[in-house]
Design a binder for this molecule. Sequence first.
Ligand SMILES: O=C(O)CCC(=O)C(=O)O
Ligand SMILES: [Fe+2]
Length: 332
Amino acid sequence: MTVKTFAEVEIPDQVRDAMGEELIGLPDPAHDIDYSMTRVHQIFARLPVDELRQLLDFGRHVDTPGVTLVRNLPADPELPPTPVDGGPAADKKTFVAESVLLGLSGLLGEPVGITTEKAGRFVHDVVPVATGATSQTNMGSAVFLNFHNDIVYDAIGRYDVSNPDFLVLSCLRQDPDGKAVTYYADARDVVAALPAEMTDVLRKPLFRLNAPGNYCREHAGGEPVYADPMPIISGPEDTPEIAVSANGVLALTGTAQEAFDRLQAACREVAHQVRLAPGTALLINNRKGLHARSQFAARYDGTDRWLQRTYVRRSLWTIRYRLTTGDRRVMA
Ligand SMILES: O=C(O)CCC(=O)C(=O)O
Ligand SMILES: [Fe+2]
């Protein structure tokens, strides 16, 4: 593999401290997202040019890594207990974490909300929730969250069109045992690890993605809501796009099922692994690869793992058919 598929950016200490002093005065971005996006744009624009360029390149180029770990980010001076209900925390006094998340997101595109995911909020709290402990969703903890990308239900019959181009995952609190691992398998590495005949099958429209768990619960009584048959891998050989739903993929033939199982195994073989800790964030390209999460212990006592996440579109224009009236960034 000639293309580098994982990269790191480390913020120098004095830059982290100077940014932290500015970010600590910012309001809750939920009040006025475009004001907050503008302020964090000003603050993140002053990153050193090499680091800034690397983050911008992540968002704008085809041949850059599918995942980048950002380290030594500013953090809130104190944190309330981890929410146990899927968030947000009611008693958070400063919004450094939210502002860091949005500052990184703004270097890649525009954060968007989805009405069936975290009530359309832009900042998603990714925390273990007891009722979803064994689910294939971001609420889970007791089971391995299979390799997937984040897709959205769409009446056009494809869930990989209006979905986010990027995810940003930022860590506020690690799980107390420090065991939770986030994985990223770049489709370029996955294809290289698979026999060509398997990739050929994955490129055929023999797969139906199930809608996200939250969508199925809210709109279909928990029953599957499958998209139209589509390929898992598409696009040019050296720059493939990949789409897999966490909540189940219906393979339409035995060969397709075999190829899908081989794909999940190949992802495990080639995946980059990160243990997110406070002050670190993961930039994830949601088209170049698939991500997954290990099992980890959850206690539901305020000490649990706590990430914040955004869904980012490079442009809102191509999802304008899904935007809710009066809301410039939320999809129904
Ligand atoms: O918890 C993680 O590390 C990743 C969870 C996930 O897949 C997501 O938030 O989309
Ligand atoms: Fe995910």
